[in-house]
Each structure stands twice: as C-alpha cells, then as structure tokens.
Design a protein. Structure first.
Length: 330
C-alpha cells in the first residue's frame, strides 16, 4: 500500500488528528522545500548586500528581519504539519513581507554600488517567492492551482473545508431532488424518508474485528439502532460511548444495505481523482480506479462512505475524490 494510503488510514483510525514533529512533512513537499530554499538563498544575498552596503535604508533592515521571522514560522508550521490551521496567518504574514521586500527593492535597484545591486536582487527574489506564497496560502485546498501543487507532495492533496461545507449545505436539496444521472445510476428512487448518519458513527472502528462483525446484516440479529424523529425527519444513530464504542463498522455499513434507500444514504456523486488500492488487512476499505464515478454519503470526515456501480459498499479517503455538482454532465 502506498505511503499516502497508509497515512490516510492512520487518520481514520485515530479519532483525533495527531501532529508530530517530522522532517518528512517539509522534505516530502516539493513546493515547500523548493520555495523555502529559494527564499533562503535570496535572504542570504540580501543580508550580505546589506552588510557590505555603507548606507542601507533602515526600513530595509526591518524588512530583512521580518522576512527571517516568516521563514522560521514557515519551517515550524510545516514540520508540525499545521499548514491547514495557519493558512490565514501565513498568507497575511507573507503579504506584509511582500510589501517590505518590494519597497526595499525599489529603493536599492537604482543605486550605483554593486553591494546595493546585490541587495536589490535578493529583495526581488524574495518578492517573487512571497507572491507565490500569497497565492498558495491565500487560496483554499480545493483551488485548481493548489490541487495541482499538492499532487506532487507525498501526503497528497489536502482536504478542503470549503468544499465539504458547500456539499453539506446542498445535502437537503440533493436528497429531496436527486439528479437525473443519479436516478439512472441506481434505477430510480421510490419516495423514502430522509435518513442521515453523522460521521461520529465512525469513531472507534479501529477496535472492531472485521471477521466477527455483522457486516450488512439485517433483521433480528442486525445492527442495533435508535430511531430519533426530529422535525419530521427520521434519523438513525448507532449506539456509541466516549470510551470503547459499541458500534462496529459492519453495523454502520449495515444501515446502507437497503437498496431502496441508496439515493437517500448516498446523495452525492463523486469522481475519483486518483486510483486507490484498499488495504488488504482492512475489510471496510474499497478500491477504485482514477476517473471512476462513485455515490458517497456522510462527507463530514476524512473518510466517506461510498458505493460503487457494481454495488460494492465501503469507505474511501476523501482526498482521493472530488464531488461533482452536475452528475448529468459526466
């Protein structure tokens, strides 16, 4: 199994995302290590030119110091894998650094001394890197440019909070009025009440045994469920506890075994961005090919419940697929 698949599975196994110090977080990201290397070289050139220059503007010295602080923050945030939590800070910080570097470059570029020319060249390189960082950190992970850049990283494409929020906002409309393509995909929908399963039902799956679970079981020996009726909507929630959960993966996936409720339980259409090979030791993951169309549901977490065209049901990593707004266009 690939490194990205292994890391994605570890994120599902742990109910909370752990952030540990690792040089691989930085070295494994070509965009981060390349831009940081260029900015470091440019900063050293600028510092050397400033030291050799007799009359270095005081404002430029502050710009050099501020750039160094931002580079240190950049390294620390990447080493602890906290980029998604501090994107706003990084975008704002490099925006300020961009103002300092461009201003200093304009002051030094017209000077005759070679030391000042070297300083202006360093500031110019820093300005270019700062602009690239502003575009990257100022955009969401779902932005086309960010997806393309992150595709070269070992950790893969980062999850998008904006994309998930928009999809959740469309959930009521998607369930009430399924798309024509989605109806043809499963042969139609015959009026059923709305059912929704929270992603909290996924907590604790790592404590289950795939060989003893009652996967996809119905009837008296099937999963235990509580039917909570609020605002006229039927909601099925599995019994869980804060410690060792009583919910098994088979119990949860059993909620989706009713063929008549497929469009209700899997209201979204997703397209695979990359091929994914399921872990042979995990009975609940499913494999899929690049470009394959899947029906998905419960898109709050990093792992989504999904159903393939051949009827196979399981879970898939959310950063390997993208939601499709108009299934009819596929």
């Amino acid at each position: 199994m690939t490194l990205r698949a292994t890391k994605a599975r570890q994120q599902r196994v742990s109910p909370h995302i752990g952030h540990t110090f690792s040089f691989g977080n930085l070295v494994g990201d070509p965009f981060a290590i390349s831009t940081l290397s260029i900015s470091t070289i440019a900063w050293l050139i600028t510092l050397g030119g400033g030291i050799a220059t007799k009359k270095m503007p005081h404002f430029s010295w502050w710009g050099i110091a501020f750039q160094f602080v931002m580079m240190v923050c950049f390294v620390v945030i990447y080493l602890w894998d906290l980029v998604d939590y501090y994107r706003g800070f990084l975008a704002a910080g490099v925006g300020v650094a961009f103002v300092y570097s461009t201003n200093s470059c304009s002051q030094l570029i017209y000077q005759e001394e070679p030391q000042q020319a070297a300083g202006s060249a360093g500031f110019m390189m820093l300005s270019i890197v700062n602009m690239i960082w502003m575009f990257y950190f100022g955009a969401d992970n779902a932005a086309p440019a960010n997806r393309w850049i992150d595709s070269f990283s070992i950790r893969g494409i980062r999850a998008s909070q904006v994309e998930s929020s928009l999809a959740l906002a469309r959930s009521q409309k998607a369930v009430a009025s399924p798309q024509p393509a989605a109806t043809a995909f499963y042969g139609g929908l015959e009026g059923h009440s709305q059912k929704y399963v929270s992603s909290t039902a996924l907590n604790g799956f790592e404590n289950t045994d795939p060989h003893t679970s009652t996967a996809f079981a119905l009837g008296p020996e099937g999963p235990t469920q509580r039917n909570l009726d609020t605002h006229g909507t039927s909601t099925y929630v599995t019994d869980t506890t804060n410690g060792n959960t009583e919910t098994t993966m088979g119990d949860t996936l059993g909620l989706y075994s009713d063929m008549g409720d497929e469009l209700v339980n899997f209201p979204y259409t997703a397209k695979a961005l990359y091929a994914y090979e399921a872990d042979a030791s995990d009975a609940y993951e499913i494999s899929f090919q690049q470009g394959e169309i899947l029906r998905v549901g419960d898109i709050e977490g990093r792992w989504w419940k999904a159903k393939k065209a051949n009827g196979e049901t399981g879970i898939i990593p959310s950063n390997y697929v993208e939601l499709v707004d108009d299934p009819a266009a596929l």
